[in-house]
Each structure stands twice: as structure tokens, then as C-alpha cells.
Write a protein that binds this ligand. Sequence first.
Ligand SMILES: Cc1cc2nc3c(=O)[nH]c(=O)nc-3n(C[C@H](O)[C@H](O)[C@H](O)COP(=O)(O)OP(=O)(O)OC[C@H]3O[C@@H](n4cnc5c(N)ncnc54)[C@H](O)[C@@H]3O)c2cc1C
Length: 215
Amino acid sequence: MLNLGHPSASWYAATAHALPPLPALDGETSADVCVVGAGYTGLGAALELASRGVSVVVLEAAQVGSGASGRNGGQVHAGQRNDQAWLEKTVGRDDAMALWKMSLDARSHLSALIAEHAIACDFTPGMIHARHKSGGEGEDLDHIEFMAARYGYHELEPIDEDALAEELGTGVYHGGTRDNGGGHLHPLNLALGLARAALARGATIHERSRARAWR
Ligand SMILES: Cc1cc2nc3c(=O)[nH]c(=O)nc-3n(C[C@H](O)[C@H](O)[C@H](O)COP(=O)(O)OP(=O)(O)OC[C@H]3O[C@@H](n4cnc5c(N)ncnc54)[C@H](O)[C@@H]3O)c2cc1C
């Protein structure tokens, strides 16, 4: 099991596809680019740079994926935290559209990375938004219709209380929506897979190597 520097070891850590040892930086090194942090952001940058032939060294204070990237919910969303109707009211239609498109681009990018580098991160399609209060079916249907009409998004469908109870094995929810365009993956194995891909393209990663200054 990986020690993620967290008092409670996670299921993700217990089921991780461990990397070969990535020794701490000892002495001096040089590269075209130094990336600080081996989460999705740093590993994605390192992979892209190494793929373009740029020499890159990643410094990770703890271990690959030991920040948010190895401990998150693993949910792959279409859209942002708040729904598109809220975003349109808040930032206007054009920016709401741009944010929607950005989320779809990110999802496509993720799928392409997983496929190209054969990252074993258990991506499973489908996401349920469950309602914990009764009522609200009408709002769900309005949302589904709004997303289809305005955004051409046809992946949402209503799910009733009984079907949801059967699917989730609990009767505490009152129905909701299923997003067939969403999904779930093993977040730590995604981070480890990105690291493996970056290493294969020639990047160097040093764990237990905290960046202390930059100039
Ligand atoms: C509880 C939780 C649940 C989440 N659930 C989801 C979800 O379901 N779906 C989703 O899409 N997103 C989710 N997120 C968001 C997602 O996890 C983050 O957006 C993403 O992991 C950020 O990646 P990162 O590489 O920017 O940061 P991190 O993964 O945190 O990586 C930063 C890395 O930098 C290292 N570091 C810091 N300082 C230094 C230094 N000085 N020198 C060297 N290394 C350093 C850290 O050790 C760490 O490994 C969730 C986040 C949290 C916290």
C-alpha cells in the first residue's frame, strides 16, 4: 500500500498501481522546465512537454498523487459545479456557453489521454444526481429539457425513486437524473498513469523533493 502521508489510508491507495521508485533529488540537476507538484496539473504539463521533446523535471514534495489528485471523488462531470441555468443568470449566456464547452473539451481530453496511454483507471460511464428531498421531479424534467434544447445535450434522463433504490441499494433518495455523459474513475490510478506516461516520454520525476525557491 502506498503511504500517502495521510493518517487514514484510503481505498484508492490500497488499490493503486504503484510506480517504480522515484528517488528524491540528490544534488543538482537541470532541465528546460521544472514542474512543481505531481498532481494532474503538473503531470499533465510534464507529459505534454516531454511529448514535445522538452526536457522536464518534476519535483514532488510528497508522492505522486498525494495531493487532491489521488484523493478526490473521481467524478467526471459535464459542466461546472453550478448548472448552466445558474451560470447563464450569473455570468451571461456567452460565458456560460464557454464554460460548458470548456468542460466538454476537458472530458474529451481526459478520454483521449486514457486511451492513448492505456491508463488503467477503471473509468465507468454514468453518473446519478440523486434527490434527497421528495418533490422536484418537475425541476429535473425542466433541467433535462433545457440542456437538450439550449445545449444540445441529450445524455440526461430521469430516474424514479424505485429504479434509483434498486440501483443504489438504498431507499433514502427520491429519484433524480442519470447523466450518461458523466462517469467515475479511480483518481489515484489516473495520476499514477499520467506519471507513468510522462516517464515513458522521457520526463524525470523526483518524489520527496520539495521546491523551496524559484528565480
Ligand atoms: C475532497 C475533494 C474531492 C474532489 N472531487 C473531485 C471529483 O470528484 N472530480 C473532479 O474532477 N475533481 C474533484 N476534485 C478536484 C481535483 O481533485 C483537483 O482539481 C485536482 O486534483 C487538482 O490537481 P493539481 O495537480 O492542481 O493539485 P494536487 O493534486 O493537489 O497536486 C499538487 C501537488 O503539488 C505538491 N506540492 C505542493 N507544494 C510543493 C512544493 N513546494 N514542491 C513540490 N511539490 C509540491 C503536492 O504534494 C501535490 O502532490 C476534488 C477535490 C477535493 C479536495
